[in-house]
Design a protein around this ligand. Structure first.
Ligand code: ZN
Ligand code: ZN
Ligand code: ZN
Ligand code: ZN
Ligand code: ZN
Length: 265
């Protein structure tokens, strides 16, 4: 008997525990007899542009009341927008405030005075009559330029007359070419004449200069007393006395003849 009683109380305890652990299985209370416990439920959150709505709901029987009760709009979150001057290509704006949440523009920080786009945008400027500069070819010594157009309103350079293809001021310049000298003529040096090398600029044939090559020394390698190349008498010192004297007289006349001969060449 005592055993049966204790078994019953154990079973009872388990049942109580189970009913506590799974309250979700509990039936809704009867709305007609329920002592309602009201709780606000949000149907739609309010934003800075639109009011929200909410209603009350009983936590016990889920009955509803005060449906579609409005929730006041939240405040705008203003950030200040600096004034921007318009340029030829780009619109500017006046100094104002913009809500970080909804993007609306306002003239005051309290966000009570809305600005339409027409109110805060300052229209972009138009290029004034573009100044045209014709192309100038670069030379060896001076820069040239490409054909370009300039707008004095925005200070920009363009490669087209409509002012749509923007270029930098550096892109208008064609840098000077510099000389490019190449050897164009050459005469060989000898024992009687200097040689020459003539250089001419490949960009402009008027740019030219000539280098001279010094004469080479007369040479008598075969020992006949005359230069092997030009025939000038050069050495009569191997004879002495009267023979040497006449040899030197002979060399004098030989070289006189040689000299006039060279002049006529
Ligand atoms: Zn209720
Ligand atoms: Zn807003
Ligand atoms: Zn412009
Ligand atoms: Zn040159
Ligand atoms: Zn010679």
């Amino acid at each position: 008997m005592k055993k049966a009683k204790s078994l019953f109380s154990v079973l009872f305890c388990i049942l109580m525990l189970l009913s506590c652990m799974v309250p979700a299985f509990a039936e809704d209370a009867d709305p007609t007899t329920c002592e309602h416990e009201w709780q606000w439920v949000v149907d739609k959150e309010a934003t800075c542009t639109e009011a929200g709505s909410r209603h009350e709901e009983c936590t016990q029987c889920h009955a509803k009341q005060n449906e579609n009760t409005p929730i006041e709009m939240t405040a705008h979150q203003p950030k200040s927008v600096a004034a921007k001057e318009p340029t030829c290509g780009e619109a500017g704006n006046i100094a104002c405030y913009q809500c970080k949440t909804c993007g609306q523009y306002f003239s005051n920080e309290a966000c009570t005075q809305e600005l339409s786009e027409a109110n805060y945008v300052v229209a972009k400027l138009d290029h004034e009559t573009l100044a045209h500069t014709a192309a100038v070819k670069a030379t060896c010594d001076s820069d040239g330029n490409v054909e370009y157009w300039y707008c004095a309103v925005c200070g920009n350079y363009y490669s087209d007359a409509q002012g749509t293809a923007k270029i930098t001021v550096n892109e208008t310049i064609e840098p000077a070419l510099g000389h490019n000298y190449v050897k164009t003529d050459e005469t060989a040096e000898s024992c009687v004449k200097e040689g020459t090398i003539t250089y001419t600029c490949s960009h402009d044939p008027n740019h030219t200069y000539t280098e001279s090559i010094p004469t080479i020394a007369h040479a008598d390698n075969d020992g006949d007393g005359n230069c092997d190349k030009c025939g000038m008498g050069m050495n009569r010192n191997n004879k002495t006395g009267i023979a040497g004297f006449f040899a030197k007289i002979g060399m004098f006349f030989r070289n006189l003849f040689w000299f006039f001969n060279e002049l006529l060449k």
